[in-house]
Design a binder for this molecule. Structure first.
Ligand SMILES: Nc1nc2c(ncn2[C@@H]2O[C@H](COP(=O)(O)OP(=O)(O)OP(=O)(O)O)[C@@H](O)[C@H]2O)c(=O)[nH]1
Ligand SMILES: [Mg+2]
Length: 676
């Protein structure tokens, strides 16, 4: 098989809130197109798209999955995406690889956070969109209400129906096409609506083209072909988002949706993309080929699989290509089209195709493959920062390296999964987009690396400092058997914003020069594990201004010990304080939850910095201590029934209030006693 005609390709991502029926829609499309013999079902665990055991258990998508089918002489490439916000990485790479978005909504719930997110991604990735209002067979479903909400949110003349439902809820029986259904077949109660939307669609079509507009204004009737062309243009520019009605459970409205995909939506040759160096990549059927690696997977059976989106030119199997991002050579062996977990070998692919390639040597997600040096590397995708972290502990000691390596391999395939070492708290951290996301990663780690881990809330990297000046002297003296130990050190400390400074103010050799490095080392050691709570100490100037030594008994070790003790005593006299990391947090929620979230943030010692509306959501910006938001992902989910999301970013260190500080210090001392 070869796929060589990009003009006949429609490559789209199916996105929206969880549970709105995206996967069911994909399964139904495959079945209607004859790509599968049996209709797959999420509920019966036979979905082509949700094929992993985890997805089948949850009856919900976790990973993006890639499918294809033929429809009316066109090849459709479908990418089904998970609706849960925690799997946003999968959604982002899918938007990156597709040509337009089918945004699915629930006929009862309408616009939800997943809808808003899909709308925003379509805008960011410059993808034309269409809406599919699904599940209209349910009780209380109302196409009119949802349409009204869409028009309010995204524009009255932007969201225009292409189909309208006949009947409601349980008696929803079919859809009619606004443009194509003959007047005689339009039910009486829909006649006015059809009239209104026909005019809106014709207006939209005419507005997309000046010549058409002129004729239209002069009262000429536009031909069906002209309208279709005009609508296509309007959709491509984003001024029109066609709305389709349906029910995937009852197979209503999906034929019309698929026809719309073919007749209204762009083919891959229409989209010009920008390479990393700014060069415009105009897709062509021929000429040197280029493809972007938008995702990789680690499959227990076949190893590493890279997913490519062909941007321009044709790629045949068994071809030598260049990895333009890394400047290396790469051999592309067998090419496969994906049908969920099934792989169908294909000899040649063209722009718009999504294709899997196994066993690439040195190519990873984000790289661009090109046929020649004259092709251009595409920009790498940027992914959101993690919002949740856990400290990793091996259940079986000795497994630590295996755990880190296993997770590193997983994070190569999942750009929203991060492994980090925190040198201050001496913990290995696993960071991700939410608890479910982390749990899935751990499950995959156990399956691929055969290790067991325990997750704990990470220690907070508090720091210690002083807010005043203080002095202390310490004499270390021991007489044990042979020659003894002797050193006396006098230290002064004061706040110093620059971080740390050491001053040697010894005069007259009270401490001989050769012991000064030992004093400095003693200070360093003391600063690595501060006296308050064992944290790193910072922001102070330490001056050694006096001391005593003994010809025979003084040693480097003695001076280090004396310094450490003097440091501890001086710190106690210099108004010591704990500093804690403060995070900037940006919470996105439907307006109805603003009061609750605001209250929760205040309760967490948060400072609200501002509120604004963005994409129909309330955006709350605040500063909150890191210690208070370690479980925020879970709290926000239950507070907003999964309708909230947030981003966090380190802002700065700030002094911990005294009551909180006392708790931290006593907890530290209790824990250290337990350890002893
Ligand atoms: N009544 C009704 N139920 C539907 C319809 N379409 C899907 N469902 C059901 O809704 C549930 C969720 O469907 P999915 O296709 O898994 O939804 P999804 O959007 O893929 O969900 P995520 O993968 O979690 O984002 C399943 O139980 C489906 O059987 C529909 O048109 N009407
Ligand atoms: Mg799904």
């Amino acid at each position: 098989m070869k796929i060589t005609n990009p003009a006949q390709i429609r490559n789209f991502v199916v996105a929206g809130h969880n549970g709105c029926g995206k996967t069911t829609l994909c399964d139904l499309m495959l079945f209607k197109a004859g790509a599968v013999d049996r209709l797959g079902s999420v509920d019966a665990k036979t979905s082509v798209s949700d094929f992993t055991p985890d997805e089948q258990d949850k009856r919900s998508s976790i990973y993006a999955s890639f499918m294809h089918c033929d429809w009316k002489d066109h090849k459709l490439f479908l990418t089904d995406t998970p609706g849960y916000g925690e799997f946003v990485g999968e959604v982002i790479s899918s938007f990156r690889s597709c040509g337009f978005a089918v945004i699915v909504l629930d006929g009862v719930d309408g616009i939800q956070i997943g809808t808003t997110r899909a709308w925003a991604f379509s805008r960011d990735f410059l993808l034309p969109r269409m809406f599919f209002v699904n599940r209209l067979d349910r009780e209380r479903a109302s196409f009119d209400t949802i349409l009204e909400h869409l028009q309010e949110a995204y524009g009255k003349t932007v969201c225009v129906p292409m189909t309208l439902p006949v009947g409601k809820e349980g008696s929803f029986s079919k859809v009619i096409s606004v443009l194509d259904t003959p007047d005689s077949e339009i039910p009486a109660d829909l006649k006015d609506a059809v009239e209104e939307y026909r005019t809106m669609l014709k207006d939209a079509a005419a507005e997309s083209d000046e010549a058409l507009m002129e004729r239209y204004l002069e009262g000429e009737e536009l031909t069906g072909e002209e309208i279709a062309k005009g609508l296509h243009k309007a959709i491509f520019s984003g001024s029109l988002v066609p709305v389709f009605a349906g029910s995937t459970a009852k197979d209503i409205g999906v034929t019309e949706l698929m026809d719309g995909v073919v007749s209204l939506m762009p083919n891959p040759l229409e989209r010009v993309r920008k390479a990393e160096d700014g060069t415009e990549i105009v897709p062509a059927e021929d000429g040197p080929a280029a493809a972007y690696v938008f995702k990789s997977a680690l499959d227990p059976f076949i190893g590493q699989m890279a997913y490519l989106r062909v941007l321009t030119g044709k790629i045949a199997c068994n071809t030598d290509m260049l990895n333009l991002s890394k400047g290396t050579k790469e051999r592309v062996g067998q090419l496969v089209l994906l049908q969920g977990k099934n792989q169908i070998p294909v000899e040649e692919v063209c722009p718009g195709c999504i294709v899997g390639v196994a066993k690439l040597k040195g190519t990873t997600t984000g790289d661009t493959l090109g046929a020649t040096k004259d092709n251009h590397a595409m920009p790498r995708q940027v992914y959101p920062k993690p919002v949740i972290s856990f400290a990793l502990y091996a259940t079986k000691s000795g497994d630590e390296d295996k755990i880190i390596q296993g997770l590193q391999r997983l994070s190569e395939c999942d750009p929203t999964l991060y492994i980090e070492r925190n040198d201050e708290t001496h913990e290995s951290l696993l960071k991700g987009m939410g608890e479910q996301h982390i749990n899935i990663a751990i499950k995959n780690l156990k399956a691929t690396a055969k290790v067991d881990v325990r997750l704990e809330l990470p220690k907070i990297a508090y720091r210690e400092t002083i807010q005043g000046r203080g002095e202390a002297a310490y004499r270390h003296k021991k007489q044990s058997g042979g020659h003894g130990q002797f050193a006396e050190v006098h230290l002064r400390m004061e706040p110093f914003e620059g971080g740390y400074e050491f001053v040697n103010a010894i005069v007259g050799g009270a401490i001989p020069k050769n012991f000064i490095p030992a004093v400095e080392k003693g200070i360093h050691e003391a600063m690595e594990r501060g006296p308050l709570a064992g944290c790193v100490v910072e922001n102070m100037r330490v001056t050694v201004f006096d001391g005593k030594y003994h010809e025979v008994d003084s040693s480097e070790m003695a001076f280090k010990i004396a310094t450490r003790r003097a440091f501890k005593d001086a710190m106690a006299k210099s108004r010591p304080a704990l500093l804690e990391p403060i995070m900037n947090i940006k919470v996105m929620i439907p307006d109805a939850f603003t009061g609750d979230v605001n209250g929760a943030l205040n309760h967490k010692r948060g400072r609200i910095l501002g509120m604004s509306m963005q994409d129909g959501l309330q955006v709350l910006e605040a500063e909150v201590p890191e210690a208070e938001i370690q479980k925020f992902a879970t709290e926000l989910r239950s507070m907003t029934q999964g309708q909230g999301s947030y981003e966090v970013d380190f802002a700065r260190y700030e002094t911990v209030p005294p009551n909180v500080m006392n708790d931290i210090i006593s907890k530290f001392h209790d824990d250290s006693e337990e350890d002893e």
